[in-house]
Design a binder for this molecule. Sequence first.
Ligand code: ATP
Ligand code: LTN
Length: 332
Amino acid sequence: MNDKKLIFSGIQPTGTFTLGNYIGAVRNWGPLQDEYNCIYCVVDMHAITVRQDPAKLRQNTLNSYALLMACGIDPEKSILFIQSHVKTHAELNWILCCNTQFGELSRMTQFKDKSQKHPDDINAGLFTYPSLMAADILAYNADLVPVGVDQKQHLELARNVAQRFNQRYGDFFTVPEAYIPKVGAKVMSLQDPAKKMSKSDDNPNAVILILDDKDTIIRKFKRAVTDSEAEVVYREGKDGINNLMTIYSSVTGKDFAAIESEFAGKGYGDFKLAVGEAVADHLEPVRTEFARISQDKAFLKECYTAGAEKALKYSQRTLSKVYRKVGFVDAR
Ligand code: ATP
Ligand code: LTN
């Protein structure tokens, strides 16, 4: 590879991407391809830390791969692959698990949230989820990791694990940095603006899916929970309106001051409609591209097979060095 910095990120195939996934993460991945070496991954192994229906997981994984392409990730420019196709991630995960403390995993808020949500299945994989995420990143010695703000804590853990390994075995891993967007790093639920918008929300009205049609998008925005005032201004305590303004800003490029003056004297109804239309128009090309790409199964397979081959070659080099560092005997 050249001397450009390396970007790595992943997304779980737990359903269709939400507007949160899109604004907080995926839409930023495409534009990075020209400036950096980029590696992007559909993390199906992370997805099974909560129960998945096998047939749906398979379909969601293929759809997620096609969706990433529809969002502008070009498998010719980036390495784009499916996590379970590249065995080095699971192998490095084991080494990193042995360098991750029970205490630090116990502090992860995602683990606490998901344990609460699925009290009958608090499995070991859910607990060690951040080690596997660290393996994804460290296997490529990534410099930067573009994610939404909810992943900051996991990234901090990956940095700690890398530093600990480097101290124990000698400088080796690059200590990765989070790359978090200034606007839209945490898009909130439309029904409960204190909660982040999430793929696995049970209330469909809380979430905009990037493949929703225009009418559905407008309907969901019309029903969005706001407050009892009537002023479109960005202010503490107006979580619902702040969220809609953030969304509107990130799809139109207008800043908050411009949005406030655009809607001065107008009610929430007008504003919600404008947000709905702007989002639907912005997402239209993604929907069209997805419909085209997802039909061509042979092409998709060609892309993910080639992506996995490149990812394996790259990460195997790292893993072999790690094996030697921890004292495993050379297999050949
Ligand atoms: P799940 O609900 O299945 O846990 P999720 O919707 O939280 O999934 P992930 O696959 O865990 O999505 O996240 C993919 C990327 O999207 C991550 O970088 C994450 O930080 C980002 N992301 C997720 N939700 C939001 C959100 N509401 N706002 C901004 N970024 C988000
Ligand atoms: N935990 C991440 C998904 C993920 C990831 C990664 C993100 C798995 N491995 C490596 C960045 C880098 C999430 O979005 N929930």
